[in-house]
Write a protein that binds this ligand. Sequence first.
Ligand code: C2O
Ligand code: CU
Length: 477
Amino acid sequence: MTTPLSPFSRRAFLLTAGTAVALPLLPAVTAQAADPIRTYSLKAAPGPVRLAPEPFPETILWTFNGTSPGPEIRVRQGEKVRIVVENALPDDTSVHWHGLRIPNAMDGVAHLTQPPIPPGGRFVYEFTPPDAGTFWYHPHVHSVLQTNMGLYGPLIVEEKDPIAVDRELTWVLGDWRLGPDGLVRDNFASQRDYLRAGRFGNTVTLSGQVAGSQTFRAGERVRIRLLNACDARVFALRFHEHHPKIIALDGQPVEPFTPPGGQIVLGPAQRADIILDLDRKPGESFPIIDSYYPQAPYELVTLKYSDEKPLRSAPPNTPIKLPANPVPKPDLSNPVHLEAVLEGGDMGSLEKAMVHGIQKTKVEMMAAGKMWAINGVASFHNHMDPMFTVPRGRTAVLTFRNRTVWPHPMHIHGHSFMVLEHDGNSIQKGCTVDTVLLGGGETAKVAFVADNPGDWMLHCHILGHADSGMMTVIRVA
Ligand code: C2O
Ligand code: CU
């Protein structure tokens, strides 16, 4: 489990603000009473973390505040928050608040919305989250290295009127490629990973722990916030003998439903809020199985009932539908139509693409570290011209065509979008999300109101794919 951060006051912050950088932007202490802003600090630094019990050795990870996942940041919908990020890594960094519809300058994309935070530097993020829900944070520079080393954490925006549950849990799913010494293997730029489905690990963790069991009391109603923080791994979770209901996807409320086959599919970066009624008997145990890769199903964690007598005899009949978020409804009568054709990778047909404005053959692309393209363009993080421009306020309908054999969880920054059509077996159809998972060869059509001005990233959340070309920019102007 992650530990909730307790916000500290601005005064305390000023007293501990340290010496390295002057902070001219911080208003005077006297403003505090009139203008209380919840303030958090996140320090990115290497450190030892225990992923599995002894005798397994500790692993040196890159952490936020010494842990991975980083601290669970909890904020309130519609309340301003300040997050001071300090960089104690031997590398540039930045923090992106994945899924939050906040102003562009706070989006945390190095080279696009801000300069990278250099080692020893800091950056103060300030924003007011408009939507309640389950979101997360991670760096947006050297992402393959930084997230695979452990830099990410959950960001929960609490509803003003939360639904009634007995307990709330956040399960952050992580995946590590560990060597026999217990350290993260440093082959981050593996061409084989980049060309295929991304960097897979050999060790899956649940909120930073190789999972054993989680104990519940019979009769309990629990809300679990699932977050797939993996670079490449897709999960298909089944709660044996239980029937969890999905109440939100990517932080956005949905009409509560039980997914087909009871199976919750979560691609990289995706979240699902579920309601789990523990309606079996004290003392019983059930496996939670991940079987996305049919050749290698495994037990993620054991759901264990304590011996206590049931909390209640039948599941409560209080409502589980979440209040709506203020996401504008797409106007499909006169949209701007966009198309993103995804190509490249192993076993693909991509022969050439534009790299830095020059047409390159596949061999030349590879030499430049590029293996994927959107509409024939393979982009670089520090050099991205907008591929699409949408007038502010207009509805955009964007069709993704996956002309590769690999899955791609496609993410748009600064907006949540409705999945209008999906020709795959997706639980996201009709829902509003920020990342749509396209299986090999699949097509999806999504729509959103381009109401948030700025240059926004659109990319695959398999980070090696993005890094090797599968990213671009949508300009809202
Ligand atoms: Cu989760 Cu571009 O990010
Ligand atoms: Cu991809």
